[in-house]
Write a protein that binds this ligand. Structure first.
Ligand SMILES: C[S@@+](CC[C@H](N)C(=O)[O-])C[C@H]1O[C@@H](n2cnc3c(N)ncnc32)[C@H](O)[C@@H]1O
Length: 512
């Protein structure tokens, strides 16, 4: 499988995952928070978006399923990724997305009609995992095809946090290169070997926090994930300031963290640390110092080309008009959330009325602040709560109401194809929400319940037919359900609970 892979790991597909980080309403919120005018296309839904190195293309397919007026281009040089993405697009009747089996260099050499200009480019899981030559090609694509005002989402392994992973990667690469047999088996042996080394302690293991835990986590990760994370010929961690310098070559400027919560310095830095960061000579250096002080190992950044600054009043007006929706029942909002930046507590005086208000349906920040119990908390506190809830996927920004009918029709069709897939497995595990313009996670059982309804089948019997065909049995209170009847009864019980909780929530998001 070598040759066309250009040092990228071959012979093993990437994991099937959907990412929310560059969904339009979230991009819009993250940009506005940082005082950038979001591209108008993100509001009216008529944007063009590309995802080079799209893997199985599930994120692009899902966004295409939620945004009929937008145009999508997803490319990957791995033919099996593209074959699967096209099958989903065909099944779902997506006419607004193309999935191309192309390397980054092929895109640059593309003949014929000029390639469409782009509002958004998503580079997830790409920048750190490809060669400098391929990054230069991607940079050229951005230079040629990103519209003025366009946005780039880019994720990468960051320094200094990634330093702690480097010897582990080395051990895995060298052990996997040894011996023969299928790659997944070699990966399993390599991880077991690293675990045996860690068990001896001492040296690097004793002097680096979290290594033993990291290796233990890898034991539970799929070979597909480990191969694509660690085994590429190229694997580069970057200081943020160096990424800023590289992307400046395509006239791009750092706009802010894509995860809104990561824009809040006071979550992770003490006042003294913030003062030190403020001594930096420019924003890129300041951000890099923050990474040093927080030992960041992964970044999800937004860049803009010719981004326009909002005045304070415009920023306030745009935020005030932004609508938000709750993604869990208000009673399921946690009192404390464990996050990458530590434990956060959700004070009930703020979160209870906020959760109840959002559970009524999409609410703008202004509408929330018109409620006395939330007004009493103060605007900054309510906005901050929305930043935290959206970052933790407990809430989400919604798309504007305009275009909702078309989005609903497209999402219904797309979701029909996605639900059909859950007869035979649990991917993609997300359905398109026309309200959010983004995905909503569903379990296989929930998907089977929704599909049964669409087909007019009895839900418990329908779900059991498919689960039992895969040898799955259910559990209840720590006990296995034995036999068809017990499993069907358990599914009937779960269906009733689904009908009371999750189902109305999904319906509120336009997922049915
Ligand atoms: C880690 S995966 C990320 C997939 C996707 N963006 C996501 O977030 O799920 C990186 C993908 O880039 C593709 N890739 C790597 N080098 C490439 C190249 N030179 N041209 C095209 N695709 C490439 C790989 O096949 C792989 O599917």
């Amino acid at each position: 499988m070598s040759g066309w892979t250009e040092g990228y790991v071959g012979g093993i597909d990437y994991i099937r995952a959907v990412y929310r980080d560059w969904s339009p309403a979230l991009l819009r919120f993250a940009l506005t928070l940082r005082g950038w005018r979001p591209p108008a296309a993100l509001t009216d839904g008529r944007f063009t978006m590309a995802e080079p190195g799209c893997g199985h293309g599930l994120t692009t397919a899902l966004l295409a399923g939620a945004h009929p007026a937008a145009r999508f281009e997803a490319t990957d040089f791995n033919p099996s990724h593209i074959a699967g993405a096209r099958r989903l697009a065909d099944d779902a009747g997506l006419t607004n997305a193309v999935f191309l089996e192309e390397s980054f260099a092929d895109e640059a050499r593309r003949q014929g009609a000029p390639a469409p200009m782009l509002d958004v480019v998503a580079l997830h899981g790409v920048w750190s995992w490809v060669s400098a030559a391929n990054r230069a090609i991607l940079l050229d694509t951005l230079r040629r095809r990103l519209k003025p005002g366009g946005v780039v989402f880019v994720s990468y392994n960051a320094l200094p946090g990634t330093l702690a992973h480097m010897p582990l990667r080395r051990i895995l690469v060298e052990r996997c290169a040894e011996g023969d047999g299928p790659l997944p088996e070699r990966i399993e042996r390599a991880v077991a070997f690293a675990a045996r080394m860690a068990a001896q302690g001492g040296g690097w293991f004793a002097n680096t926090d979290g290594v033993a835990e990291r290796i233990e986590q890898l034991r539970h990760k799929s070979a597909n994930y480990i191969a694509h994370e660690y085994l590429n010929g190229d694997w580069t961690a970057f200081y943020h300031a160096d990424v800023v310098r590289e992307l400046a070559g395509a006239k791009l400027e750092f706009a802010g963290a894509a995860v809104p919560m990561e824009q809040l310095d006071d979550l992770t830095l003490s006042a003294a640390q913030r003062a030190l960061a403020a001594e930096a000579r420019d924003p890129a250096q300041a951000e890099t110092l923050r990474d040093v002080m927080t030992n960041r190992s992964f970044r999800r950044d937004l860049f803009v080309k010719g981004g326009e600054r909002l005045s304070a009043a415009e920023r306030r007006a745009l935020l005030g008009a932004s609508r938000f929706v709750l993604l869990v029942a208000p009673d399921d909002l946690p009192e404390v959330a464990s996050t990458p930046v530590g434990r956060l507590s959700f004070a009930s005086a703020l979160y209870r009325p906020l959760g109840e208000a959002l559970a009524e349906g999409p609410q703008s920040l202004d509408a929330l602040l018109a409620r006395p119990e939330l007004a009493a908390q103060g605007e900054e506190a309510v906005l901050r709560a929305l930043v935290l809830l959206t970052s933790l996927a407990l809430a989400a920004p919604a798309m504007p109401e305009a275009g909702r009918t078309d989005r609903q029709a497209q999402a219904d069709r797309f979701n029909g194809a996605v639900l059909e897939r859950h007869r035979y497995g649990d991917t993609p595990g997300q359905l398109a929400s026309p309200l959010l313009g983004a995905g909503v996670a569903v379990s296989r059982i929930e998907a089977l319940f929704l599909l049964a309804d669409r087909l007019g089948e009895e839900p418990a019997a329908f779900a059991w037919r498919h689960l039992s065909a895969d040898g799955i049995t259910l559990g209840r209170d720590g006990e296995r359900c034995e036999g068809d009847e017990a499993n069907r009864a358990e599914l009937a019980r779960r269906h009733a609970r689904f009908g009371e909780g999750r189902r109305p929530l999904l319906a509120g998001l336009g997922v049915r």
